[in-house]
Design a protein around this ligand. Structure first.
Ligand SMILES: *Cc1c(COP(=O)(O)O)cnc(C)c1O
Length: 386
């Protein structure tokens, strides 16, 4: 599968950099739209935080997805990329006043609210602008997800959302306020979830909560179940597009929508992870006492997932067809955690070879830092390099 990389073009670019296969991104978006069209009232937002590269945002916006933002900067990035404000939702536990004001100025579709103090601030700021803010309450469904502990968000112990037992009092409180309108319920249980049973558990919880709402004669316009669908990091070539059919079918079968209700999704990783690779150059091959190291010019400042969550990324030498040998692939940063992979097989690697660190389109470029005074990596699309 080395054939997917235009090596002659990549060789001329200063490494490290991100390379985005926009054809794969477009296929992925088509796969999402094909499934969504089968279900009435389904509506997908892209979670901007996974990757806010303007070239990708433009393509995602053109495919008709909405935007899920978690900061004022993300609202600005989505507006710049052409997302209509009627398709922008704004979530997050700690929204600043200027961010709320920005959302109000743009008349965004909905604020996903995580506490009563926040609700009151939104009400106050909306009244100053003579507006009525549309809000959904993010509930903490206390549903675990079979994923890394640092990326579960729906457990009672996590900082996110409002406890279920507070749902009715919070909604009743909101109804007393003049400048907010409760239009939805919001959930998000975590990320990199591949077990459909976890989403099923969320559906069951939503069904119970809707019954409880109805017993208080409350009906909301929409349910937002967040994102979290995972990708196959081990097999980016064999499974380049996530199983969107299984994902949407699970919700269609298990979640009991009321008439006229819409169901919103916020997918991040599943949209962009597989289309991106971090391309890095081998600087040195160092043979230690018991191991050999491929020392590359990318570090955790370019892709932090392995250092932050022990994440696995498949790595390929895209220039060598020599027999396989075993390497630790490490970066140049002065931290012991600056390791991309340990004891992996690569075609025999030498100084100058380009390596592709695969499935890096989500939570890659966007999480880059300048630690060690390093330059931020640039992202190139296959469209530009054709
Ligand atoms: C991060 C996040 C998402 C997207 O998560 P993915 O795992 O990338 O799909 C969706 N909704 C909210 C509220 C989030 O915080």
């Amino acid at each position: 599968m080395k054939g997917i990389f235009p090596i002659d073009k990549l060789e001329r670019i200063q490494t490290p950099f991100y390379y985005y296969d926009t054809e794969l991104l477009r296929q992925t978006l088509r796969a999402i739209n094909d499934e969504v069209q089968k279900h009435e009232g389904f509506c997908v937002h892209y979670a901007i935080k996974a990757n806010a590269n303007p070239k990708l945002l433009r393509i995602i916006q053109e495919a008709g997805l909405g935007a899920d933002c978690v900061s004022g900067g993300e609202i600005e990035a989505s507006v710049r990329a052409g997302f209509p404000s009627s398709k922008i939702v704004f979530a997050g536990v700690g929204k600043s006043d200027w961010e709320i004001n920005l959302g109000l100025q743009h008349d965004i579709f909905c604020f996903n609210v995580e506490s009563i103090p926040e609700l009151e601030v939104i009400n106050e700021l909306a009244s100053q602008q003579c507006k009525v803010a549309r809000v959904a309450f993010r509930l903490n469904p206390n549903v675990g997800a079979h994923t890394h502990a640092n990326i579960t968000t729906g457990l009672a112990e996590n900082k996110f959302g409002i406890a279920m037992r507070d749902m009715i009092p919070v909604i009743e409180h909101a109804r007393q306020l003049e400048n907010v309108k409760v239009v939805g319920l919001h959930f998000h249980i975590g990320s990199q979830i591949l077990d459909m049973g976890d989403f099923e558990a969320l559906c069951n919880r939503v069904n119970d909560l809707q019954k409880l709402l109805e017993s208080h004669r409350i009906r909301v316009e929409h349910i937002n179940v967040g994102g979290g669908l995972g990708v196959e990091y081990t097999h980016p070539n064999r499974v380049p597009i996530p199983d969107f059919k299984a994902y949407f079918d699970t919700y269609a079968k298990k979640l009991k929508l009321r008439p006229e209700q819409t169901l919103h999704f916020e997918l991040g990783r599943a949209v962009v992870a597989q289309c991106g690779s971090l391309i890095t150059k081998t600087l040195y091959v160092k043979k230690g006492a018991v191991k050999q190291f491929a020392i590359v010019d990318a570090g955790f400042t370019d892709l932090i997932r392995p250092a932050l969550y022990q994440a696995y990324h498949k790595i390929e030498n895209i220039m060598s067809n020599e027999p396989m040998e075993t390497y630790d692939v490490v970066g140049p940063i002065c931290e012991s955690t600056d390791v991309f992979a340990k004891q992996i097989d690569l075609n025999r690697t030498q100084r100058g070879d380009l390596l592709a660190i695969r499935s890096a389109g989500a939570y890659g470029e966007i999480m880059a830092s300048q630690y060690n005074c390093r330059k931020l990596p640039v992202g190139y699309t296959s469209d530009e390099l054709r």
